[in-house]
Design a protein around this ligand. Structure first.
Ligand SMILES: CC(C)(COP(=O)(O)OP(=O)(O)OC[C@H]1O[C@@H](n2cnc3c(N)ncnc32)[C@H](O)[C@@H]1OP(=O)(O)O)[C@@H](O)C(=O)NCCC(=O)NCCS
Length: 146
């Protein structure tokens, strides 16, 4: 297993994971490319036997007051193998390295697996964001203080 920064050539594999992981609110190819190559933050891919099995996009705020988990997804064939957990641990290590005081994220109230993953890693709900993903699709804003 290898966790490394994404390269442009990973785009198709990342897009495949994106499309099999999210229904609405998916990133397009060009949005993913922007996140991988231009955004301020970190875009990691996790390789299993030389194939990309998961990705993580985190953004750093200009004023560096927090780190935001922008997206995380594991290929459906490789879920439940602690790969998501590993990527959250990488995120915490990265925020600690940058001496950032907190990590934030938004997650759909319907996404019980992701909420369990974040709760287990010390994230707390600080706000309910009504209609965040469209009408009737609420989100939780969660924060982990470091
Ligand atoms: C959420 C996601 C990233 C978890 O990745 P994963 O590699 O399957 O999860 P892990 O094996 O690392 O599990 C870690 C913890 O997550 C939670 N979890 C993962 N899958 C779960 C499930 N099906 N039901 C409930 N909790 C689950 C559990 O707390 C688990 O800890 P445990 O095994 O000690 O119970 C993955 O399900 C995914 O890619 N989902 C689609 C994309 C998505 O929703 N991303 C989050 C957007 S905010």
């Amino acid at each position: 297993m290898l966790i490394r920064r994404a390269r442009k050539s990973d785009l198709e594999a990342v897009l495949k994971i994106e499309n099999s992981s999210f229904e609405a609110e998916r990133f397009t190819r060009s949005q993913l490319l922007y996140l991988m190559t231009k955004a301020r933050g970190l875009f990691l891919v996790l390789e299993l036997e030389a194939k990309i099995a998961a990705y993580l996009s985190v953004l750093t705020h200009k004023k560096r007051h927090s780190l935001r988990i922008y997206s995380i997804a594991v290929d459906p064939a490789h879920r439940g193998m602690k790969l998501g957990q590993l990527l959250i641990e990488k995120t915490i290590a990265y925020a600690t390295e940058l001496q950032l005081p907190a990590i934030s994220l938004e997650v759909s109230t319907r996404n019980s697996s992701a909420i369990a993953l974040y709760t287990q890693n010390g994230f707390n709900t600080v706000e309910i964001l009504k209609d965040y993903y469209g009408k009737g699709e609420n989100a939780l804003k969660m924060i982990k203080k470091l």
